[in-house]
Ligand binder design. Structure first.
Ligand SMILES: Nc1ncnc2c1ncn2[C@@H]1O[C@H](COP(=O)(O)OP(=O)(O)OP(=O)(O)O)[C@@H](O)[C@H]1O
Ligand SMILES: [Mg+2]
Length: 241
C-alpha cells in the first residue's frame, strides 16, 4: 500500500503491527469447554490508539493475552510486527515481550518485595539498560503520574490506583512500539485517569507508540481513536474516529 492510500488515523497506520486471523481460544475447565474467542480477525496499524470494549466475559483480556504472547490461541494466527507469535516457546515468548512490547496487566503483577521505583525500572533492568539511564527514563514518568514522592514505598504501602500507575510506567519506560494495557484506568479517579491518558496520548503522538487497551472506562473509550467491540468472543463493531 502506498502512503497516498493510507488511512488517515495515524501516519503509519498502513504498516501492520498486529495481524490476527481467525483466532479461536477455548479454555478447558475439566470436561467443560469455554469458548472465549470465536474466529477473531483484527488488524492494527502502527501508531493506532485502540480500545477493545465489550461486556465482562466478552474476551477482551483473552485477546490481549494472546497478542502479548502470554498464552497460545487454540486456532488461528497472530503476527506482531510481522512476526508469527502463535507458537513461541515460553522462553522465546518472554524474550519477545521484553524486547517488543509493554504489557499492563489487569492485576498489575508488581513484585511485592521491590519498591515503587524498582518495580517501575524492572523490565529495563532485565533488558540490561544501565542504572543511570534507567533512572533518567523512569523517574520523570513516575513524577508525571504523581508518584514522585513514593519511590521507596513497597506495593503493599500503596493504593490500588498507585500500583496501577507503576504498572503503566513499567510498561512504557522502554518506549516499546506496542503497549497492551488491560483496564489501565479501572481503579483511578477521573483526574488521575485523565492524566494517565494524557501521557499515553502524548507518547502516541510523539513517538508513534501503538496502544491497545481493554477497557470499560467511558473516559478512555471516549478518547480512543478506534473502538473495537467484542461480544461473546466475536468482533461486534469497529469504529474509527
Ligand atoms: N483461564 C481461564 N480458564 C477458563 N475460562 C477462562 C479463563 N480466562 C477467561 N476465561 C473465560 O473466558 C471468557 C472471556 O474472558 P475474558 O477474561 O477474556 O473476558 P473480559 O472481556 O476480559 O472480561 P472483563 O471485562 O470482566 O475483564 C469468560 O467466559 C471467562 O470466564
Ligand atoms: Mg478482562
Amino acid at each position: 500500500m502506498t502512503a497516498a492510500t493510507a488511512p488517515s488515523a495515524a501516519p503509519d497506520a498502513d504498516t501492520a503491527i498486529i495481524t490476527a486471523r481467525d483466532v479461536t481460544k477455548v479454555y478447558k475447565q475439566g470436561k467443560v469447554e469455554v469458548l472465549a474467542l470465536r474466529g477473531v480477525d483484527l488488524d492494527v496499524g502502527q501508531g493506532e490508539f485502540v480500545v477493545l470494549a465489550g461486556p465482562s466475559g466478552s474476551g477482551k483480556s483473552t485477546l490481549l493475552n494472546l497478542i502479548g504472547a502470554l498464552d497460545h490461541p487454540t486456532e488461528g494466527s497472530i503476527l506482531v510486527a510481522g512476526r508469527e507469535i502463535t507458537h513461541l516457546s515460553r522462553s522465546v515468548a518472554a524474550r519477545f515481550r521484553l524486547t517488543s512490547l509493554g504489557f499492563v496487566f489487569q492485576a498489575y503483577n508488581l513484585v511485592p518485595v521491590l519498591t515503587c521505583y524498582e518495580n517501575a525500572e524492572y523490565t529495563l533492568a532485565l533488558a540490561g539498560v544501565p542504572r543511570t539511564e534507567r533512572r533518567r527514563l523512569v523517574v520523570p514518568l513516575l513524577e508525571r503520574v504523581g508518584l514522585g514522592d513514593m519511590l521507596t514505598r513497597k506495593p503493599h504501602e500503596l493504593s490500588g490506583g498507585q500500583q496501577q500507575r507503576i504498572a503503566v510506567v513499567r510498561a512504557i519506560a522502554s518506549r516499546p512500539a506496542l503497549v497492551l494495557a488491560d483496564e489501565p484506568t479501572a481503579n483511578l479517579d477521573s483526574e488521575t485517569s485523565g492524566n494517565l491518558l494524557d501521557l499515553m496520548l502524548e507518547l502516541n503522538a510523539e513517538h508513534g507508540t501503538t496502544f491497545v487497551f481493554a477497557s470499560h472506562d467511558p473516559d478512555l473509550i471516549a478518547r480512543a481513536r478506534r473502538v473495537v467491540r467484542l461480544k461473546d468472543g466475536r468482533i461486534d463493531g469497529d469504529e474509527r474516529r
